[in-house]
Design a protein. Structure first.
Length: 442
């Protein structure tokens, strides 16, 4: 077999620039007076002249892994820009695949811009750090994602940024909490764990009256069930870890906006914080994104069936699913949403103490016990609302506070892609095993 067939012979003129100079990365030609010899393997492996032919296409974009991005010359290095996605400067600032993912996410949600982050929580932090300054105040709903609230009440507080907790089910009281220093209002639709659906239109209107920016955690809708920018919301945050990934094996977040000035502020903070995402994670996210509408619809249909079955059980006091009549804010879901996620919660009858609720979760065989959601496996997690919910500040009588006072322990279910009949049978077995025999509940 010849050296050419092995690919070991070097053709010094096989890779050239447009002006006939060897392209950067190609080995320099030897003069005729030099002793003809092959370069050392170490050099060959770093500067091999072979380039694969153009024209290869496949349904999925390739994975681009890079820290260093190469330039043809110094002038190109100095002139290239990454902020407008017209070129590449450093792996942290984007690759062809990450730019493609951002564009697709923006198109799904009706945004102009998307910025990728390593996780959903880092996306929340990016919004806070990009927009808030010393002396500013941020409003956070009492049913917000707890780590995001902790970020504000602890880290932002150290920097002189104050936090005020509001009741999202009581819009008139929110007006009282908007002050001269209020800069940002976070929205949660539905509330984390307790699943109340707020009147987004009313809350956005209150914020706009006072010139306050609004940012929504839109993870539950995946951008498919709710178009937040059509409601006048300024920023949308999503944990792509959930439905966009679909496999429960990738951590990533995103912030989406329509406004160019907000996008510039996000990019500045993103760059200064050194936020980035891995090339393989981007490839996995793009692969999951292709099937997301079908998976989301399947999660939705299965979750509604399971929720309706649980609603008829005597052990269950209330099912908290925005698509079910009687769930807090159901009318707002009907007005603003065109679908529902596979995530909901339930309260048991008050005679079942927390230990027996835990036993119910332990008795489940097809539901994993673990955090996060949106993946193919069903999950169950018990929550103590004393830790999952924050008190409204200053304290006032409110619908959200009343829910917390009546029931402090619930179970959140993520309905996966298993056969619904199997999940219902598993739930029925766990109800009998943990709650039935000692109470006489059939």
């Amino acid at each position: 077999m010849s050296n050419d067939e092995h690919g070991s012979r070097l053709d010094q003129t096989s890779v050239t620039s447009q002006d006939n100079r060897p392209a950067r990365g190609a080995l320099p030609a030897q003069s005729s007076g030099e002793h003809a010899s092959s370069p050392a393997v170490a050099t060959l492996l770093q500067h091999h002249p072979y380039r694969a032919p153009q024209g290869f296409a496949s349904p999925q974009l390739p994975s681009y892994r890079a820290s260093t991005v190469l330039f043809d010359n110094v002038r190109q290095m100095r002139e290239r820009r990454w902020r407008d996605k017209s070129g590449y400067t450093y792996g942290l600032h984007g690759t062809p695949a990450s730019f493609a993912l951002e564009r697709r996410l923006a198109d799904i949600e009706g945004a102009r811009h998307a910025v990728l982050c390593p996780s959903g929580l880092s996306a929340i932090a990016l919004v806070d750090l990009a927009l808030l300054r010393q002396g500013d105040e941020v409003l956070i709903p009492c049913n917000a994602y707890a780590p995001g609230r902790d970020l504000a009440q602890n880290m932002l507080a150290v920097w002189g940024i104050s936090t005020r907790i509001y009741d999202p089910l009581d819009p008139p009281s929110v007006r009282e909490r908007i002050g001269p220093n209020t800069r940002l209002m976070w929205l949660e639709a539905p509330g984390s764990v307790t699943m109340e659906m707020p009147d987004l239109r009313a809350l956005v209107a209150l914020a706009q009256e006072s010139g306050v920016l609004t940012a929504i955690d839109n993870t539950w809708s995946a951008g498919l069930a709710l178009q937040p920018f059509d409601l006048g919301i300024d920023l949308s945050m999503q944990a792509l870890t959930k439905y966009q990934s679909g496999g429960a094996d990738v951590l990533m977040g995103a912030v989406l906006v329509r406004d160019d000035a907000l996008h510039d502020a996000l990019l500045d903070a993103h760059m200064r914080l050194g936020l980035g995402v891995g090339g393989d994670d981007v490839a996995l996210m793009l692969r999951g994104l292709a099937s997301m509408p079908l998976r989301y619809a399947a999660h939705d249909a299965s979750a509604r069936r399971v929720a309706e079955w649980l609603q008829a059980r005597p052990e269950v006091r209330q099912v908290l699913h925005p698509a079910l009549p009687g769930s807090p804010g159901h009318e707002h879901w009907r007005r603003d949403f065109r679908g529902a996620a596979g995530l909901f919660s339930l309260y048991f009858q008050p005679e079942f103490e927390p230990a027996r609720v835990d036993a119910f979760v332990d008795a489940l065989q097809l539901f994993g016990i673990g955090y996060s959601w949106g993946g193919p496996m069903s999950l169950a997690v018990p929550y103590d609302l004393r830790h999952a919910r924050a008190a409204v500040s200053p304290a006032v009588g409110s619908a959200a506070a009343a829910v917390q006072a009546e029931a402090r322990y619930l179970v959140r279910l993520n309905i996966g892609l298993e056969r619904v009949e199997d999940l219902i049978a598993d739930l029925e077995h766990a109800l009998h095993a943990a709650l039935g025999p000692r109470t006489g509940v059939a």
